[in-house]
Design a protein around this ligand. Structure first.
Ligand code: PMP
Length: 418
């Protein structure tokens, strides 16, 4: 048939254009003010070079020396010599890639060691590492396959996508509001025929990435338990930041009341990847049923090695955490004093300016002062709450914090915001 002339081969198929026009879609995005760009960063100030690497002081990108207040590497461990060495050693000993899915030939000692340590920090029987936090949420929620999920309205996109992939009926409750959660669970219980056993999963971030606030986990546990449901907590922005290297679940002493703990290796642990921790049977089920685990190459061993060393530092060494919280306090006090409205109660400091144009103008002005902190606008955050998301790190010096504050003061005056 392939030898036949084109007209014969395509007869009856019409002349419709069934392809895609990405440029057109991009233009539409541009028109709606939603187009985004990749911006290379020149971040030399925050780098602590490996001693025997003569090139380490060279900037990776050309450009002015900028100080970045937007990274999620909160403890600065991505630049820590010990973590970098652990990555390099694991690469040498185990390889740069896992080579296959963990279930085929990709299950290396580097993964096992990391998972043992994660389970210990999370006070769980067992843990499982995924190739990203995103893949963890999507894989875990769909593998649990709940009939109904109750999800905080500000939960991360990967939770939302997990609920979609699970095909679960999703009930969204008001942000950080256990009484609204309870009302919705009551309503659902009344609407469900007696004798029907539905599986219910309640989902919440512990620290919310754009508001920097903390879910009232203990009260949520009370509500969840009163309905006999399960609770899954996303500790992406908390893992490693509290005593013993744990998250908010550990800080609040709730390890044995949270059925599923997940988080990422790519924020405070300075590496890449995600994890889930829970009971032996939960993990055994997930390694069989979470499609993003089963059908994806195992986490890169150097990432596992780096995360394990970072976790060790977070567990044993309070110095990084203390520096981080000192920097958070200095920055928050300075922003308050400058007349800004600062939300949040964690290391994430949303500086709320309201109007989206003001937020983007402030973002630009800060860059002119060599301070990088991104403007966040709708649809990522609700209309009228556009903001700059400021995230200090343990490795920022006092001088860098003060430079950031000076930039905010000057830019705010220039734009008439304070
Ligand atoms: N959950 C939350 C709350 C997050 O903020 C993120 C990352 N932005 C993720 C999950 C996904 O983690 P990762 O970046 O490792 O894919």
């Amino acid at each position: 048939a392939s030898d036949a002339p084109l007209e014969e081969r395509t007869e009856g198929r019409g002349t419709a254009d069934r392809g895609f026009d990405p440029a057109d879609r991009l233009a539409e995005r541009e028109r709606r003010g939603l187009r985004r760009d990749l911006t290379p960063v020149a971040d030399v100030a925050a780098r602590s070079p490996i001693a025997d690497d003569p090139g380490a002081d060279e900037p990776v990108f050309d450009g002015p020396e900028q100080v970045i207040f937007a990274a999620n590497d909160y403890l600065g461990l991505a630049d820590d010599e010990r973590v970098q060495r652990a990555a390099a050693e694991t690469a040498r000993e185990v390889g740069t890639g896992a080579g296959a899915s963990r279930l085929v030939t990709g299950d290396t000692p580097a993964h096992r060691a990391l998972e043992r340590d994660l389970a210990a920090v999370k006070n769980a029987q067992r843990a499982l590492a995924f190739s990203s936090g995103y893949a963890t949420n999507v894989g875990v929620i769909s593998a649990l396959s709940p009939d109904v999920v109750f999800s905080d309205e500000l939960n991360h996109a990967s939770i939302v996508d997990g609920c979609r992939q699970a095909g679960a009926e999703t009930v969204v409750y008001d942000h950080c509001d256990p009484s609204d959660l309870q009302a919705r669970m009551d309503e659902r219980a009344r609407a469900t025929r007696a004798g029907t056993d539905e599986s219910w999963l309640v989902l919440t971030d512990s620290v919310f990435s754009m508001d920097g606030d903390v879910a009232p986990l203990e009260t949520i546990c009370d509500v969840v338990e009163s309905f006999g449901a399960w609770l899954m907590v996303d500790e992406a922005h908390a893992t490693g930041l509290y005593e013993g290297g744990g998250g908010i679940v550990q800080r609040e002493g709730l390890s044995d009341r949270v059925h599923v703990q997940m988080g990422t290796l790519s924020k405070a642990l300075g590496s890449q990847g995600g994890y889930v921790a829970g009971s032996e049977s939960l993990i055994e089920h997930l390694l069989n049923a979470a499609r993003s685990f089963v059908f994806s190459t195992g986490l890169a061993p150097p990432a596992a090695g780096a995360a394990r060393e970072a976790l060790r530092i977070a567990r044993e060494d309070d110095a990084h955490r203390e520096r981080l919280w000192e920097n958070v306090a200095r920055l928050r006090d300075g922003l308050d004093a400058a007349g800004y409205e600062v939300w949040g109660e964690t290391q994430i400091l949303p500086v709320v300016v309201g109007d989206r144009k003001d937020a983007m103008a402030l973002d630009d002005r800060l860059r002119e002062h060599d301070v990088v902190a991104p403007g966040i606008r709708p649809p990522t955050v609700p209309e009228g709450t556009s903001r700059i998301r400021v995230a200090p790190m343990a490795t920022h010096t006092e001088d860098e914090i003060d430079r950031c504050l000076a930039a905010f003061r000057e830019a705010g005056r220039e734009l008439d915001l304070v």
